[in-house]
Design a protein around this ligand. Structure first.
Ligand SMILES: [Mg+2]
Length: 200
């Protein structure tokens, strides 16, 4: 399917879309607990307690570490995300809506990840809960939202915001089948009608 999305009407989720947060989670699982067998393909559900055969204490510790200020700054970006976002910046402010509770570390991470983008062009709203994204996106007048949690996509779609599902192992469910699914930032670049820039 081919889409064309207007950059100025779009906002982005951060974790699992711009930030490869699960790569950091897996790195910490290896380093702290020796869980070398774990890969992203083990994460078939957004709820880690449902899909990982680990104790609640271990999962809680890894989530805390992954989201703390120090490790947030070490999160790798998703492939090509910095290039595409930098190319989108001249079209207007880049708007990020995250379910994290505090925006500060994510703002610092985005500024570090997008060094060529004017910090004033990077806007981050931390809603504290995925369900709160709807109200914020409506107030912002956003038409398209790039998101990896299919449950959030369902909520937005019911209220007239077009979700674009960013493909991840935890959103390959039948319930997500009717949302447009984008497999990578290189593909997303074409949906924004940006030239391939030699890396696609
Ligand atoms: Mg996410």
């Amino acid at each position: 399917m081919k889409y064309s999305i207007e950059p100025s009407q779009t906002a982005f989720d951060v974790d699992g879309v711009v930030a490869d947060t699960m790569a950091l989670f897996l790195r910490l699982a290896r380093e702290r607990y020796g869980l070398h067998y774990l890969t992203k393909d083990h994460i078939r559900d957004y709820d880690l307690y449902q899909c990982l055969d680990l104790s609640r204490e271990v999962i809680d510790d890894l989530i805390c570490l992954t989201l703390d200020d120090t490790h947030t700054l070490e999160t790798p970006p998703m492939l090509a995300a910095p290039d595409v976002l930098s190319d989108l910046a001249p079209h207007g402010a880049l708007r990020f809506v995250t379910a994290r509770i505090w925006p500060d570390s994510i703002i610092r991470w985005l500024q570090k990840t997008l060094p060529s983008v004017d910090p004033a062009q990077i806007q981050v709203i931390a809603t504290g809960a995925p369900e709160s994204k709807l109200k914020i996106l409506k107030e912002m007048g956003v038409r398209y939202f790039i998101e990896d949690r299919w449950e959030t996509c369902s909520l937005l779609a019911r209220e007239g915001i077009q979700p674009i599902l960013f493909d991840q192992p935890w959103n390959r469910t039948r319930q997500a089948d009717h949302f447009p699914r984008v497999g990578s930032w290189l593909e997303l670049r074409r949906w924004f009608l940006l030239p391939d820039n030699g890396i696609g």
